[in-house]
Structures are given as structure tokens and as C-alpha cells.
Design a protein around this ligand. Structure first.
Ligand SMILES: [Fe+2]
Length: 421
């Protein structure tokens, strides 16, 4: 008898999460933490924070403790394979012994990838697409200072890289590796104040995706469920404030915890086709991960609801909807309404083909010739290639509802050109 056919996911696995420090002033401890971890010469990885003063401030704190710093500040949104390889090359040439990353998920992910490359004799990062492809257990140490309430990469075993060189390119893959969790994750809400309003909204929807996907996933990983539901509640209660009042400390603080806890939920609880669709659109258009999630989320919730109305009822309740006396089906529909209302309130575009310029727009500005753009077209070719890319994504097996080409393509088409208004 093949017992694996009796259950969809008969054996679950709890993936490790790293040490973290969280709270106002936490980032100021980076120098002391680096020294205590034995860092002598750290590669400091970052992207678009130049000019905010944050990088200069952090470098000063590290050097004050006697740790040398080598700066790599070229990491792009949707981190590219060439970012990872350049960073690994610099690390080796400069004889560094550690990494410190300062930024959102792109920066943390690229640095996780560079550590795997360094630990595996400089092999190309795209060779590690998949689950636990790394062959060396000891990556260089890594302190990750997070600056967005979004990916939570500073506490997960996942990293996402855009392949621009293999036969599959352009291709954005989600890799998981037990060797890649950071040594220490630092979350300081003070650093989130500088996030522009549009990116705050997009990253907030990334958090909502990280929490809702494991909550309804077929993995049904019980330790993830409590965190996930709490995160959905935190997003519903705080995202509007962080967008409308960027200096609202309490809202930023709550979104910081939502981001952190949501990543811990999906770390072992799985994701779904919100993320798979998001990765596909980024692969072809280099558009923002959180923005893509925000557009995909209500469509995927609607698609997934018949697989588990009761879980969506729970989601509606923690989003503030009164579901007393409603059937599970009617209550679940309130969750969808709440998500659509939230997306409108924080300025999410109604579909992919209506996305215009936003802060750090990558559309059409990448250096890679195969990216389409500047505008997301949304035609039959897009619907087909995005659906195919989606079906091969590492997030898809955990989706609440079985994803087939025929079933998912209309969902993708609605996200490309449809509307809820
Ligand atoms: Fe995400």
C-alpha cells in the first residue's frame, strides 16, 4: 500500500526560525551584536536606502565596535541572480567573514542567496532553486536588519531570486533551504517610518498574503494557525493607519509584529497561488512583489473559498465583520468584501493592466532585455505565460484548492484586466 496517497501531506515539518530582537532602538545594537558574534570584516548589503542616512548611521555603529565594513549597495527589487553572484564575488575578493543586510525582503533574500553561493564554492545561485539544494551546512553568519513590514524574510527559511540567465529566464523562483535562515534578525519600527505610502500598502498586503495562505493551506499546519489569524487581525486593524498616517508609531509597531509573525506562519504552514501569481508577474514585468500580491489576493481568496468556507469565515471575523447568524458561505463572502474594501482604502490598483508609476517602479527600467513593459499588457499571451509560470511555483502545492491550468487561468485573467468595482 502506498500510504502517501491516504493523506495529502502525511508528514509535516517544522522549519527552524532564527534568533530575533524587536522593538524601538533594536537596530542600534547591530554593532555590539556583530562584535559578539565574532565578525571582523562584514559585507554590508543594501539597495535603495542611500540618502536616508540609515546606512551611514548603521555603518558608524558597526565600525565603532571595531568591525570593518565592505559595502555592496546594488541589490535590486526582485533580487536578480547577478546581484547575488556579484555580492558573493565581492565577499570572497574582499576576504569578508560575515554579512549584514539592511533593507526589505529583496536585500535579505539576495544576501541569503550569496551566503549559499559562498558556502558552496561559488556555484551559480540558480543551481539551488528548489528545496534544500544547498550541500554545505555552514553558511557565513548573517545579521539582517529589516526595514519593511512585508516579507519577514529575516525569520523564514525561504528566499526568492529572479533567474535572468538560464534557459528558463525570465523566471522568478522561490527556494527553501534549512541552511539559509539568518543568524540574527533585527526589527525596529523606527526604521519603518521612512517607507513611502504606496510601498507601505503593498508590503502590508504581502503580510496579509503570508498570513492568509497558510491559514487556508492544504498543509493545515496547526502551529501556524493561531499566528496567522492574529496577523490578519493586525493587518485589518493597522494597515490603513500606517498608509494614511506614516508616523503613527503604534500602527507601525503592530505591522512590524504582523510581518514577523506572518512569516513564521508560512515558514512551515505553506503558501499558495497568491504568491505564485505574484512571482510570475514579477518574472515578466519586474513589478513589486507586494503590489502583485495585493492585486492577486482577492481573486485567489474567491477561487479558494469553496475549498474551506469555514476558514474564510474565521478570516472575516478577525477582519471585523459581523458574521453572527450567517452561513459559512455568506460569512466567507464577507472576508472577500473586507479585503476588497481594504485594498481600495490603501490605494491598490484595480488590476495589473491599470498599474501605473509607483515609488521605485521597476517596470520597463530593468537592465535585462527580456523584461516586458513599461505597461503590464494583460493579453492572452500574458494570461497563458503567467498561468504556466504559476503552476511551477514552489508556493503552488500548498494552495487551498487544486490548481490546474484550466481552473487558474480565468483567475489570472481577472487579475490582469478584471475589476471588483
Ligand atoms: Fe511574500
Amino acid at each position: 500500500m502506498d500510504a502517501s496517497r491516504l493523506w495529502q501531506f502525511p508528514i509535516k515539518e517544522f522549519h527552524r526560525m532564527p534568533r530575533g530582537i524587536l522593538g524601538p532602538g533594536a537596530y542600534e545594537m547591530v554593532g555590539v551584536e556583530a562584535k559578539n558574534l565574532g565578525f571582523k570584516r562584514a559585507l554590508l548589503a543594501t539597495s535603495g536606502l542611500r540618502g536616508t542616512g540609515i546606512i551611514e548611521d548603521i555603518i558608524g555603529k558597526i565600525k565603532y565596535q571595531g568591525v570593518d565594513v565592505v559595502l555592496y549597495d546594488q541589490i535590486e527589487s526582485n533580487p536578480k541572480d547577478y546581484n547575488v553572484m556579484d555580492m558573493a564575488d565581492m565577499y570572497t575578493k574582499e576576504k569578508c567573514d560575515s554579512f549584514i543586510s539592511v533593507g526589505g525582503g529583496s536585500v535579505t533574500d539576495a544576501t541569503k542567496g550569496a551566503r549559499i553561493v559562498v558556502a558552496n564554492d561559488g556555484r551559480h545561485i540558480n543551481e539551488f532553486d528548489g528545496f534544500n539544494k544547498s550541500e554545505r551546512p555552514d553558511n557565513p553568519p548573517h545579521i539582517a536588519i529589516n526595514t519593511t513590514a512585508g516579507t519577514g524574510s529575516e525569520t523564514s527559511w525561504a528566499y526568492v531570486i529572479t533567474d535572468t540567465t538560464s534557459d528558463k529566464a525570465p523566471y522568478k523562483y522561490l527556494a527553501f533551504d534549512e541552511t539559509c535562515p539568518v543568524t540574527l534578525g533585527i526589527n525596529d519600527p523606527v526604521l519603518f517610518f521612512s517607507m513611502p505610502q504606496d510601498l507601505t500598502a503593498y508590503c502590508g498586503f504581502d503580510v496579509l498574503a503570508h498570513a492568509s495562505e497558510p491559514y487556508v493551506s492544504r498543509l493545515n499546519f496547526l502551529p501556524s494557525l493561531g499566528n496567522a489569524l492574529k496577523c490578519i487581525e493586525l493587518v485589518a486593524q493597522n494597515l490603513r493607519e500606517t498608509v494614511c498616517e506614516p508616523l503613527n508609531y503604534e500602527a507601525r509597531y503592530n505591522m512590524m509584529y504582523a510581518s514577523y509573525m506572518a512569516a513564521q506562519s508560512f515558514n512551515s504552514g505553506g503558501l499558495g497561488i497568491i504568491h505564485a501569481m505574484s512571482h510570475a508577474v514579477s518574472a515578466y514585468y519586474d513589478s513589486h512583489h507586494g503590489l502583485n500580491n495585493a492585486i492577486a489576493l482577492p481573486r485567489v481568496w474567491e477561487f479558494n473559498m469553496p475549498a474551506n468556507y469555514k476558514r474564510f469565515r474565521d478570516i472575516a471575523r478577525v477582519m471585523g465583520e459581523n458574521v453572527d447568524g450567517l452561513s459559512d458561505v455568506s460569512a466567507a463572502e464577507r472576508a472577500l468584501e473586507a479585503a476588497i474594501k481594504l485594498s481600495k482604502d490603501v490605494g491598490i490598483p484595480k488590476n495589473f493592466s491599470s498599474v501605473g508609476d509607483y515609488t521605485k517602479t521597476r517596470i520597463g527600467r530593468g537592465t535585462y532585455e527580456k523584461w516586458s513593459g513599461p505597461k503590464i499588457v494583460g493579453d492572452e499571451k500574458d494570461a497563458d505565460r503567467i498561468t504556466r509560470h504559476l503552476l511551477g511555483d514552489g508556493s503552488t502545492p500548498g494552495n487551498a484548492r487544486e490548481a490546474t491550468y484550466e481552473a487558474v487561468k480565468p483567475v489570472v485573467q481577472h487579475a490582469l484586466t478584471g475589476s471588483y468595482s
